[in-house]
Design a protein around this ligand. Sequence first.
Ligand code: WT7
Length: 655
Amino acid sequence: MTDAPVFDDLLVEDREFPPDPVFAAQANVRDPAIYARARANPVAFWEEQARELEWFAPWSRAFEWTPPHCRWFLGGKINITHNCLDRHLAGPRRNKAALIWEGEPGGVRTMTYLQLHREVCKFANVLRSLGVVRGDRVAIYLPMVPEAAVAMLACARIGAIHSVVFGGFSAESLSDRINDSECKVVITADGGWRRGTIVPLKSETDKALESCPSVNHVIVVKRSPGEPFPCQIREGRDHWYHRLMEGPAARAKCPAEPMDAEDVLYILYTSGTTGKPKGIVHTTGGYAVSVHATTKWVFDIKEDDIYWCSADVGWVTGHSYVVYGPLMCGATVLMYEGAPNHPGNDRFWQIIDDHRVTIFYTAPTAIRAFMKWGHQHPAKHDLSSLRLLGTVGEPINPEAWMWYHEHIGRGRCPIVDTWWQTETGAIMISGLPGLTTMKPGHAGVPIPGIEATVLDEQGNEVKEGSGLLAITHPWPSMLRTIWGDDERFVKTYLSKWDAKTYFPGDGAKRDDRGNFMILGRVDDVLNVAGHRIGTMEVESALVDHELVAEAAVVGRRHDIKGQAIVAFVTLKGRAKMTDSLRDDLKQHVATKIGAIARPEDIIFTADLPKTRSGKIMRRLLRDIAEGRALGDTTTLADASVVEALRESYEEKYGG
Ligand code: WT7
């Protein structure tokens, strides 16, 4: 028996927010006929979108599909950085701010399109001088500083494949990722600011590199003017970014390499149900097309917008909607380095007020934290510049949606609830702000050119009630594979029903107008603060501890983070179940994976509930962790295990 999906399927939502006519009249997408036009011929529709970008050579075939593999714009030559930068230099946009950056301790840096172009070209030449060639992998482990965008774009400029690793991940996570794709170069920083303290990225990198034979060079960005943060520079291997950029290699001329549409643009690792993170592979042409079109449609980007997406570049949102999408659209991107509650709980509202931000895109977990801190914080600020709000990362509870609408949007701003994944590369389901009647908790309908439905386990369409979300036709920014593991790619995404239907791993239901409500993950993947964490990763980190025999990890509903991690652990031999061991284990996970994966609770148990075939029944553990009545226990090998476990859990947590 498989674990049944756990959904909160009882939510009925009837509040509706039709588009404001004034907004609708100026929107980038005004004509609802776009949906029918896309459906009539999706490939021709995407070709039309592709023509909005500049190509060095046209494609000869728009689409090829030999399931499970799709290819888009075959034979086309393009460079995404030409579309992000060079294309904007021909007219007055060259002198417009491309990036406005604010550091956590304060300090603002602004780079025009011309300046960003120059910086990217120089750094691309620097990378070449260190031996980086087309197809090489480069790891980027940086705080949210402008150099993170520069590094990504410089790689893309010369056809090197970037692999950005979130700065909150540990040395071990970094080395796993570096080794999986054999990166040659790592770009990091002496440190970055987060909630008033310095995150020592270079020291973590040094630890990681003890086991990374492929890395020849490390480039270190000095975060602040003056003395660097304490860190070691190893002669020969390590180079300061600013020195290289002053050196002879950093020539300002660097024509964009004409890339094949299907050349790999980047790898980005994400969690799955097994221990090893998956290196999601995105290629160049199709990715550029989907990301450009969705940025324009969903965020309604205009020439004078100041657009702020609060995601870190370490996540896919930071790739598609901090760097590539808005820059392809020629927007002004605001980038902020630090925490939302430093120095005060109103930091984000201060930033919006100071920079006159017009479009703001964030995650439900942040919105719930803002709700908890109270609306007096946004109330102190002038948020009248805002005209559009967005959310992404997990289902947004209708109450959080309403709070966002009222206290941030002040009742004036449409909210786009955007469903997508690292694997999809771009937004897949979302309202379009000039067309869609928004409903709290509903992501809306698939964007034009995307075909999605709800299926049951057998692949029958579910018209009413909940089922599994499915995408029935490939789209341009679809992941092409998992780096080095085509088999896992097929197994994870394209074999649930057949080789033609993509399985995202989410539950969904539709209302009578076809609006999708996303109900959360149906596999064992956790969603903590909008980020996917594989149960197996955390379990492996626990079992790595010398006193742990076995571990099972589940998510428990959490008011702010969406889910909190609860670990059930059995110990070896005579190890004592003490509070200090509990703390040790939590720290062990944080050290192995990163603070984001630190379990909130560790429950010691003599046994774990298993099926007769030895499979851990996480569904029952979830019931226990959430204090629910236990579901079907008849398939357990030993039913007393779970009763004992529940009793000890209730003793500790009061049920
Ligand atoms: C998973 C993907 C895409 C960028 C951020 C996360 C969940 C994402 C929504 C939404 C409900 C959402 C899904 C999805 N998710 N957006 N608007 N409503 N759920 O990227 O780490 O690849 O996670 O996030 O469960 O599968 P990711």
